[in-house]
Design a protein around this ligand. Structure first.
Ligand code: COA
Length: 251
C-alpha cells in the first residue's frame, strides 16, 4: 500500500500520510507523492478543497531522519522542495486535521494551510535547532508574521513541543476538537467550502497570500478581481439564488 493515500469525496480531496509505524515520517517518495497529489488536486475541476491528514493517530514526525543521514538533500528540484512549492502555491482551500506528532515540516507545512483543526493529542514542534538545522518552508517569515518575533523566537530557538491548546492560542490552529471528531469536522468544513463559488475562494486566498504590503496596491488588486467576479457566472448564480430563495449551485 502506498505511503500517500488520496481519495476524492464529494468535491474534497483527502490526502493521507500513511506510514503509521514510523509516525508518518516523510521519505523522498512521500514528498513526491504529496507534491503530485496537491498539484493534481489543484488542477482537477472536480476537486474544490483539499484535506491533509495522517493515519494511525499521527500527523507526521517530519522528515525521515534516516533519509537525512543517508540521502542528504541535493539540487533545486528535490522532492521536499517540490512539495513545498506545491503546498505554498496551492490555489484551492487547503485544510489539515492533526492528531499526534506534527514535528518539523509537520508543523511548518501547517503555516501553508488555510484551516487547521487539531485533537488534544496533537504535539507540535519546530524542532529544527534540536537537530542543529534551521527552519524551512518559509516558516522563518510566516511564523513571526503570525505570532510576532519573541514568540517565534521561543518556538524556533527553544524548540520545545507544544500542545493543541497552545497552538490555538497563537493562531496556528483554528479549533481543537475531540480525538474521534477532528477528521469528520475538518471534512465537514471542507465540504462547506466545496459548495461555495470556487473562483471567489481561489481569488480571496490569492489576495491574502500574495500582496506587497501596500494598501493602494492591495485595493487595486482587489478591485480588478472584484470587477472580474461581478461579471462572472458564479456571481450571477449566487445573486439569482438569493432572489429565488434557494441555495446556489456552483459547478
Ligand atoms: N524519521 C525516521 N523515523 C522516525 C521518525 C523520523 N522523523 N520519527 C519517528 N520515527 C520512528 C522511530 O525511530 C520508531 O521506529 P522503530 O519502531 O523502528 O524504533 C518509530 O518511528 C516510532 O517512533 P517513537 O519515537 O518510538 O514514537 P514516540 O511516540 O515515542 O515519539 C516522536 C514520537 C515523533 C515525538 C518521536 O519519534 C520523534 O521525536 N521523532 C523524531 C522527530 C524529528 O526530529 N523529525 C525531524 C524533523 S526535521
Amino acid at each position: 500500500m502506498s505511503d500517500i493515500l488520496s481519495e476524492i469525496r464529494d468535491g474534497v480531496k483527502v490526502i493521507t500520510l500513511n506510514r503509521p509505524d514510523k509516525k508518518n515520517a516523510l521519505t523522498l517518495a512521500m514528498y513526491d507523492g504529496l507534491a503530485q497529489a496537491l498539484r493534481a488536486g489543484d488542477a482537477d475541476p472536480a476537486v474544490r478543497a483539499m484535506v491533509l491528514t495522517g493515519a494511525g493517530g499521527s500527523f507526521t514526525s517530519g522528515n525521515d531522519l534516516k533519509d537525512f543521514l543517508n540521502n542528504a538533500p541535493r539540487g533545486d528540484d528535490r522532492p521536499s522542495l517540490r512539495f513545498l512549492k506545491a503546498i505554498s502555491e496551492a490555489e484551492k482551500p487547503l485544510l489539515a486535521a492533526v492528531r499526534g506528532p506534527a514535528v518539523g515540516v509537520g508543523s511548518t507545512m501547517l503555516l501553508h494551510c488555510d484551516l487547521v483543526y487539531a485533537a488534544p493529542s496533537a504535539r507540535f514542534n519546530f524542532t529544527f535547532t534540536n537537530l542543529a538545522l534551521v527552519p524551512e518552508a518559509a516558516s522563518t517569515m510566516l511564523l513571526p508574521r503570525l505570532v510576532g518575533h519573541q514568540k517565534a523566537a521561543e518556538l524556533f530557538l527553544l524548540a520545545e513541543a507544544f500542545d493543541a491548546a497552545a497552538a490555538k492560542e497563537i493562531g496556528m490552529v483554528n479549533a481543537v476538537l475531540p480525538e474521534d471528531e477532528v477528521l469528520d469536522f475538518t471534512m465537514a468544513q471542507a465540504a462547506k467550502l466545496a459548495r461555495k463559488a470556487p473562483n471567489a475562494l481561489k481569488f480571496t486566498k490569492r489576495l491574502m497570500k500574495h500582496h506587497t504590503g501596500d494598501v493602494p496596491g492591495q485595493i487595486a488588486a482587489e478591485t480588478t478581481l472584484f470587477e472580474q467576479q461581478l461579471k462572472s457566472a458564479e456571481a450571477r448564480e449566487a445573486m439569482t439564488a438569493f432572489f429565488e430563495k434557494r441555495a446556489p449551485k456552483f459547478s
